[in-house]
Structure formats: C-alpha cells, structure tokens
Design a protein around this ligand. Structure first.
Ligand code: ADP
Ligand code: MG
Length: 404
C-alpha cells in the first residue's frame, strides 16, 4: 500500500501542543510557533561554495510551544523523543548539549553570538516540540526545529521579522547547527525554512545571502512535485559531505577564487584544465564541473519558472541528478532507482534532493500521474527487497511563523 506522509493542519496541531505543554509544565505557553521542512528543487551541494539554489518550504512543519523562564535554564521535551533535557544557558557551546537538544538550546546561544539581545535570550525557557518533518530524510527536520525556536525567541525579544531580520535568524540557526550540533552544513535549509512564502520557491544566492521569490504554480500548470523519502540513510554520509566540501574548497583555492560561484560556466573548460593538472585532478575536475554547471542550471530553472514554464524544467532536473550521481558521487542505489523508475513512468524530470547517500528524491509529474508514479516506485523497491519508501506532496508553503 503506497504510503503518503501528510502534513497535519496547523491550527489543530498548535492548539493540541499548547494543551500538552500545560500538562507537562503546569502553565500555558507564551505561544506556539512553527517552521517548515524544505525540499530543494535544484541547486544541490552548492550552498557552501557561494552557489544558487531553489528550495521551497514543505507543508510539513515542526511546532514549538514555548514559555520564557526567569532563571537561565533551558528545559525541553519533544513528542518525538523520550525524556526531558535540562541545560543551563552558560553550558551551551561547541558540542554541548549533545543530541537532539542541541538544535533547541543552540539557538539562543547562536542568536547571542550574532548580536541579538533581550531577556528571553539570556533568561532561558521551557519548550515542547512536535515535529512533522520526517527525520533524516533530507527534508531538513533539523532546520525546521532550529527555525521554530528562532522565530519564537525573535518575536519575544521583538526582533524585526521582515526578510532582512529573517536572514539574520537563518544565519544564527546555521551557526547553532554548525557549532552546537556539530553538523558542518551550508545555509540553504535555514534560509528556506525562514524566508519562503506559500506558492513559491526562493532563489537563494548563497554568495551574498540574497533571496528573490520565484512563483511556483505547479497546480496551475497541471503538475505536482512528488517527494520520495527513500528511507535509506548511509552512515558514511557525514564524512563524504566533509570530503566534498574540502574538494570544492581546494579547487577554489587552486583557481584563485573565494568560491566556485566565481567561475563562469563560459570559463569552465579553462578551470577544468587548471585543476586537472593536479595529482588528484580527475576527481577535482568532476567536482568543479558539477558545481559550475549546477549553478548555471539553477539560474536557467529560475528563468523558466519566471516565464511560467514549469513544464520546461524537467531536463534541468534530470541533468542535475546525473551530475550529482556521476561527477559529484553523492547518490546511492535507492536514489538512482527512484529517479530511473520515475522517469520511466512519465516524470518530466527527477533528481535526488538534499545531501544525498539516502534521503529523498523528487519527481516533477503530471498531477494525474502522481499515484501511478508513486506506485511504480513502491513496486520497484519491493521488487528489490528494499524498505518501502514514503511519499510526500510538496506544495510550496509558508515559512516560519506564529500559530498561537
Ligand atoms: P534532516 O535535517 O535531514 O531531517 P538531520 O540529521 O540534519 O536530518 O536532523 C535530524 C535530527 O534533528 C534528529 O536526529 C534530531 O536530533 C533533530 N530533530 C529534528 N526534529 C526533531 C524533533 N521534532 N524533536 C527532537 N529532535 C528533532
Ligand atoms: Mg538537517
């Protein structure tokens, strides 16, 4: 039976969480806030080299009911985890606390590092979390959690919540993830969770953190974006991610540029010749070719979307996957299978999305083909004895905000 992972309605989920907070902590929360997971349409593994990406917020969100405290303790529970984590704010820092609470307690720490001020940042809080973004599926449950906490604290300290203010929150959340949680990720996930709007994707330029909104009326074009959570996660993913970043940084250094965004696609051959002359030149060539062509594909995808030609982006999605599989080498069996089956069953384009080595793939399909493509993917997994995948419909949704 093909399993779709639906997002629950925001108001009911927030109200239930507020009641549960009261039961857990004995008082009403000050409010309930939520932030979405995201899926990246195109522009993969380029957010740490100044590239462009085109993520959209999912309808699947993580909710946080929160109440400031008068001491400097952070006390937090999650409906997805057992037990309670209690940590003093002055004990928060690199690698502390460990585990899931890093994504919560790291946020006030990072906001302070970034110069945000206010009693709710120094004073601690009680929080209860309820996440509806699947964990570890490449859909960024980690950023959803950080960003829900960040939007709550920002509102309590009356920080501006316009796009510029949200950009500052996003960079604080990235800092929390990099330092406190110890995950060396780029800034796409947090930008998407905080800066997206319903009905569109954002074209994020990670070179200067600027964002432009790109309307994404898939339904109007008779299309749907199907997300396939492969349920596969490979233990070496973190190490490989670090190695790809190191490759890209080394290539930029060899080319004398701060990042690969500065290499124009028209100058690609010269850049490939230059890095190809190194002892590990063959690998560096492929890494550079992926980054430079991927950034170009994002720009071309955004142009097509702005012309209302969502049905014209399929080839770019396909080329993105092939580049990630062959040149960047971050795909895996489950992702390739999903993409191949989706393409064979009429997807206009399909690609892995997120960091790779498991996680999710997306397929752009005619709206009336969603079920058929999902069933074909399901059957292919069953045929190969793989854990059944899960499916989500990616409706471009609203970024982080207050629910109650
Ligand atoms: P992804 O962001 O792709 O889902 P990550 O490994 O980056 O995967 O983040 C997943 C981790 O984030 C979880 O293992 C957990 O530590 C934390 N997390 C996410 N959502 C929640 C939640 N609702 N409650 C507690 N921890 C969460
Ligand atoms: Mg994550």
């Amino acid at each position: 039976m093909t399993e779709f992972f639906d997002a629950p309605a925001r108001p009911g989920t927030a109200a239930a969480l507020a009641r549960e907070f009261r039961d857990a902590f004995g008082e009403d929360p000050e409010g309930v806030w939520s932030a979405p997971g995201r899926v990246n349409l195109i522009g993969e593994h380029v957010d740490y080299t100044g590239g462009l990406c085109l993520p959209l917020a999912l309808p699947h969100r993580t909710f946080v009911a929160l109440r400031p405290r008068t001491d400097s303790t952070v006390r937090v529970r999650s409906r997805q985890e057992t037990g309670e984590v209690v940590v003093a704010l002055d004990e928060v820092g690199a690698g502390s606390p460990s585990g899931w609470a890093a994504y919560v307690a790291g946020v006030p720490w990072a906001l302070q590092q970034k110069g945000f001020e206010g009693p709710s940042l120094t004073g601690g809080f009680d929080a209860l979390v309820d996440g509806h973004v699947p964990y570890g599926s490449g859909l960024s449950s980690s950023a959803a959690l950080e960003c829900a906490v960040a939007i709550a604290l920002a509102e309590l300290v009356e920080a501006p919540l316009d796009d510029t203010g949200r950009a500052g929150l996003a960079s604080a959340c990235q800092l929390a993830e990099n330092v406190v949680a110890g995950a060396n990720t780029g800034g796409m996930d947090q930008a998407a969770s905080l800066r997206c709007h319903a009905g569109g994707a954002i074209l994020l330029d990670t070179d200067d953190d600027s964002v432009s909104q790109v309307a994404l009326d898939l339904a109007g074009a008779g299309l749907a974006l199907l997300v396939v959570d492969t349920r596969a996660g490979h233990s070496h993913a973190g190490g490989e991610y670090g190695r790809r970043r190191a490759d890209v940084e080394r290539a930029a250094e060899l080319l004398g540029v701060p990042n690969l965004r500065r290499v124009d696609v028209a100058d690609l051959d010269a850049a490939l010749d230059r890095v190809g002359a190194e002892p590990d030149g063959e690998v560096l060539r492929r890494r550079v070719r992926h980054a430079v062509t991927e950034i170009d594909r994002v720009a071309r995808t955004a142009d097509l979307l702005r012309q209302g030609r969502a049905d014209g982006i399929g080839d770019l999605l396909n080329a993105s996957h092939d580049s990630l599989r062959d040149d960047y080498e971050v795909s895996c069996r489950e992702l390739d299978l999903t993409v191949d089956v989706a393409r064979a069953h009429g997807a206009l384009g399909a690609r892995m999305t997120g960091g790779g080595f498991g996680g999710s793939a997306i397929a752009l399909v005619r709206a009336d083909r969603v079920q058929a493509v999902a069933e074909a993917v399901d059957a292919a997994y069953a045929g190969q004895g793989l854990t059944a995948p899960r499916f989500l419909a990616a409706l471009p949704s609203e970024g982080a905000g207050r629910d109650l």
